[in-house]
Design a protein around this ligand. Structure first.
Ligand code: NAP
Ligand code: GDD
Length: 327
């Protein structure tokens, strides 16, 4: 039987890596894209011929029902979200509507069309927020610190609830920060690697950052989408933490990224109090023992390789942009 998957958020970082993974496994891959006046297909441009894209929006219940009915997927990966934490204070209602209630809309569409479809929810380590134990595991209580984190807690519990209420195969992957050259430039890793490239090539001088002491458990997006797929291949639905189990500060990140191209970060980085958050998540560190044991999941890229990969990709891209401007 043809393996058919539907991805919401296919134009995002994880959507691009998950599409590649599923195509490599022989899936027919469908994606939901929202209408906009300019297209946002840059990350999946190289896959466009192989993907089938459909217009819908997580705000719009009927559009989801229609696509799930027409595509008849066996697996649905719900990656769509307003995913940038600072924006969630500026747009808390939109964030709640997409990142929280949007999950219910996808679950309702599945329940209405075919409740045997397997469902993956992109939950987040932001749910642990002001952590009550370290490292954080599946049983660690949540204490979200932003409207984004609160919305993800709702998305997590509604996924668990549909599993318990209707017996649906619904899984919540509690993923810690994962990055790549495809990461949005507003997130700290990519903001840093893009600036390192521009400074190295002489088109930028300074980089303004917020809290340099925040610590995160950073992994590679390519490794993390494998865990999503593995969750939907198990005999029973369940929830899993996916993490490296190792913390680095934003300062470590900056030092490693600048150091990779032979620059001293102290000469270029400035702190800007306007980039501090109303409530910060100071540290996150995950315990992925369950994912390793039950899913057999193993990450391949560690922090120094990840930073080097991102810096190298940005140096290459900025160099091409400079050459192009000279033409
Ligand atoms: P991302 O790059 O920000 O991608 C978000 C995706 O959601 C984009 O495709 C976006 O479409 C889509 N989207 C936003 N609003 C939508 C709406 N109303 N209707 C339909 N689609 C909409 O995020 P990511 O890093 O790939 O993360 C994927 C998911 O994992 C998100 O749910 C995120 O919250 C969660 N997560 C991420 C991490 C991480 O470290 N990356 C960790 C834990 C959990 P446009 O291209 O049109 O904007
Ligand atoms: N974005 C950003 N920009 N973050 C900064 C900056 C800056 O200039 N300076 C310091 N930081 C700190 C933030 O305060 C935060 O503590 C940390 O760097 C990481 O910020 P982000 O890269 O924006 O990621 P995040 O941890 O808030 O959220 C990401 O990871 C979550 C999983 O834990 C997003 O991908 C979320 O969608 C995801 O759920």
């Amino acid at each position: 039987m043809k393996r058919i998957a539907l991805i919401t958020g296919i134009t995002g970082q994880d959507g691009a890596y998950l599409s590649e993974l599923l195509l490599s496994k022989g899936y027919e891959v469908h994606g939901i894209v929202r209408r906009s006046s300019t297209d946002s297909f840059e990350r999946i441009a190289h896959l466009r011929e192989k993907l089938r894209l459909h217009q819908a929006d997580l705000h719009d219940q009927l559009s989801l029902v229609n696509i799930i009915r027409d595509v008849a997927p066996r697996e649905v990966y719900n990656l769509a979200a307003q995913s940038f934490v600072p924006t969630s204070w500026g747009q808390p209602l939109l964030t709640g509507d997409v990142t929280a209630l949007g999950v219910t809309r996808v679950l309702e569409a599945i329940r209405f069309v075919d409740p045997t479809i397997r469902f993956y929810q992109a939950s987040s380590s932001e749910m642990f927020g002001k952590v009550v134990e370290s490292p954080q595991r599946e049983s660690t209580p949540f204490w979200p610190r932003s409207p984004y984190g609160v919305s993800k807690v709702y998305g997590h519990w509604i996924t668990v609830n549909y599993r318990e209420s209707y017996g649906m195969f619904a899984c919540s992957g509690i993923l810690f920060n994962h990055e790549s050259p495809l990461r949005g430039k507003e997130f700290v890793t990519r903001k840093v690697t893009d600036a390192v490239a521009r400074i190295k090539l002489g088109v930028q001088e300074k980089l303004k950052l917020g809290n340099l002491d925040a610590r995160r458990d950073w992994g590679f997006a390519g490794d993390y989408v494998r865990a999503m797929w593995l969750m939907l291949q198990q005999p029973e639905p369940d929830d899993y933490v996916v993490a490296m189990g190792e913390m680095h500060s934003v300062r470590d990140l900056v030092e490693t990224a600048f150091g990779h191209v032979g620059l001293d970060y102290t000469k270029h980085v400035e702190t800007d109090p306007t980039l501090l958050r109303p409530a910060e998540v100071n540290e996150l560190c995950g315990d992925a023992t369950k994912a390793r044991a039950k899913l057999g999941w193993q990450p391949e890229v560690r922090f120094p390789q990840l930073v080097a990969m991102m810096v190298d990709a940005d140096v290459e891209r900025v160099r091409r942009e400079i050459e192009f401007q000279k033409l």
